[in-house]
Design a protein around this ligand. Structure first.
Ligand SMILES: C[S@@+](CC[C@H](N)C(=O)[O-])C[C@H]1O[C@@H](n2cnc3c(N)ncnc32)[C@H](O)[C@@H]1O
Length: 195
């Protein structure tokens, strides 16, 4: 029997204990994000599946107020350690977004931007998008970066969303889609409720 254990903290803890890291954040990625999301200093951001926090630190360096959540305690401990030096307004907490109880900070309509980088393939997408728009202020932005299934090698396919799944994510929402890398294997989505 094949057991899909991506949904467990143990799976991710094991990888992070082995020193696992993911695609480094590039300057192109941060520039595209800033220009497409039109960030302003002081905006509040929730980063879901933050891992060891590289993207969260990049966001805090833009002057944003960032909270990163991850279900892996090992990743959150490492993210917190790497952020000992001053990265601005930034914090991390352990939280499985599929659990019933949300963190006390995540009150409805309190957040300007929700981001989710290289993580959505491991989440219950429908629930995540619904939750994100509940946390967001009325014109808040849901920003997703995901590998595209069709462009991945066979052993990496589980990390990406298919083109069909990407279109389903944006159904009924205003959408800007862009390529995060030159070979278009990683896509970015900026999603908003219609004005
Ligand atoms: C491929 S890694 C990406 C990490 C980071 N976003 C990056 O860009 O380097 C996926 C991350 O999602 C986290 N994750 C998976 N399922 C989760 C869940 N249900 N709730 C919170 N985090 C989750 C994992 O622990 C892991 O850190």
């Amino acid at each position: 029997m094949i057991i899909n254990d991506y949904a467990t903290a143990e799976y991710w803890d094991r990888l992070y204990t082995q020193g696992r890291s993911y695609r480094p954040v590039t300057s192109l990625e941060t520039e595209l994000f800033q220009s497409l999301v039109q960030t302003k200093p002081g905006m509040t951001v929730v980063e879901i599946g933050c891992g060891t926090g590289e993207w969260a630190r990049a966001l805090a360096s833009m002057g944003l107020s960032v909270t990163g959540y991850d279900l892996s305690g090992v990743a959150v401990a490492e993210a917190t350690k790497l952020t000992e030096h001053d990265y601005g307004d930034l914090r991390f907490a352990e939280w499985d977004i599929h659990s019933a109880t949300p963190p006390y900070r995540l009150v409805p309509q309190s957040v300007d931007i929700v981001t989710c980088r290289l993580t959505i393939a491991f989440l219950n997408r429908e629930k995540f998008v619904k939750d994100a728009f509940r946390w967001l202020k009325p014109r808040g932005v849901l920003h997703i970066v995901t590998p595209v299934h069709e462009h991945l090698r066979p052993n990496e396919k589980h990390r990406g969303l298919t083109e069909q799944q990407i279109s389903e994510l944006s159904a009924g929402l205003e959408q800007t889609r862009y390529a995060v890398d030159l070979d278009r294997s990683i896509t970015g989505l900026v999603l908003q409720q219609s004005a």
